[in-house]
Design a protein. Structure first.
Length: 355
């Protein structure tokens, strides 16, 4: 077959018109798990799963052992289903050749699925360029079956999903409120579905509105960092320290360099917007020019940069870079680095020279 879309994969599962081989990868972990589970449920008879379903972590099993099971005939079923996660083809050229030979003559009763979760696919060389091994693997699967790349949904797709999800539960969510929920809880599909369930459960017949979302929706890290940025820009030190405390003590799994990177991204967004507007670019064009997927990033940047000059934003980016260097090269605690950073950013926002 060839590289197929999510809609085509959904149609294959619905009609049971399966490919004999699938290569599934992409950014959206929820969708990958979702369709793999649908394939397994549709193909594997529970009564004979011990005979017809074989699952492997690719890092733990040699390819020739996997392919031996892929050669087996199904027992009391139409298909022998073989699922392999994160096989490191980038480590062995001989494995790629072995796979290519197998896929040329894959049994009609076998459905072989390779998918990538913890390992990034396509593979990259040390210089960051696409590995030729990835192309060989994709081509082999495309000739024998189907290749599916499942990436993050666009904002329009997420809005449609949320509106539909609320409607199924008897509530009307406007597109604007859907966008607002995305800006609060992030773009992860699983999280948004959980938020849909939670909000609809607590609505109990009431209308959906912004206050309800503010009260019930769990804020993503990006949303909480936006709160921190807003407090800094407003010069509200009490609020800024409160948000920072929550980020440090309630999110202990969030590493300081990741947190700093998220804060820096907010300032980069503001700087881009400010420069684009200064150059006469309409706000509606900024999203496409800088390849943003979601309106909320641009809307937040426009709002937060309203009272800042380009010069102030440049100075802010300089102190963010200094903070990054401090995290990497000094023995100072990360909390101290962030507290000093907040003071400097607030002074810049007030146009105070702290040197």
């Amino acid at each position: 077959m060839a590289k197929i879309t999510e809609a085509e994969l959904k149609a294959q599962i619905k009609t049971a018109d399966f490919s004999n081989a699938y290569l599934i990868f992409g950014q959206e972990g929820y969708l990958k798990n979702h369709y793999i589970n649908l394939l397994r449920k549709k193909i594997v008879e529970p009564t004979f799963a011990d005979f017809n379903y074989h699952s492997y972590n690719g890092k733990d099993t040699a390819l020739d052992e996997i392919l031996k099971d892929a050669e087996l005939l199904p027992m009391m079923s139409n298909y022998n289903f073989v699922l392999v996660c994160d096989y490191p083809f980038d480590k062995s050229e001989s494995d790629i050749k072995l796979l290519q030979e197998f896929l040329k003559d894959i049994p009609e009763t076998t459905i072989l699925v390779f998918w990538y979760d913890a390992i990034e696919f396509p593979f990259k060389n040390k210089d960051g360029k696409l590995s030729a091994k990835s192309t060989k693997i994709e081509n082999a699967f495309a000739k024998a079956g189907s290749v599916i790349e499942l990436n993050f949904k666009t904002e329009a797709e997420l809005v449609k999903m949320l509106v539909s999800g609320f409607k199924k539960r008897g509530y009307e969510l406007t597109p604007n409120l859907a966008k607002y929920l995305i800006s609060i809880s992030g773009t992860d599909i699983q999280i948004l579905q959980n938020e849909t369930e939670k909000i609809c459960f607590y609505l109990k017949g009431n209308e959906v509105n912004k206050d309800i979302i503010d009260k019930l929706a769990t804020k993503s890290l990006q949303a909480r960092v936006n709160d921190l940025s807003k407090a800094i820009l407003a010069g509200d030190s009490n609020r800024a320290y409160s948000v920072l405390n929550a980020l440090f003590f309630n999110d202990k799994d969030v590493k300081p360099d990741y947190l700093l990177g998220t804060i820096t991204k907010s300032y980069v967004d503001m700087y881009r917007v400010k420069c684009a507007k200064a150059a006469g670019m309409p706000a509606a064009d900024i999203k496409n020019y800088f390849f943003y997927q979601y309106d909320s990033y641009i809307n937040n940047a426009v709002r937060d940069s309203a009272n800042l000059s380009v010069k102030q934003l440049r100075k802010s980016l300089d102190v963010l870079m200094d903070a990054d260097n401090a995290l990497k090269s000094t023995s100072a605690g990360s909390r101290l680095v962030f507290e000093e950073l907040m003071v400097k950013l607030m002074l810049i926002a007030k146009e105070v020279n702290y040197d």
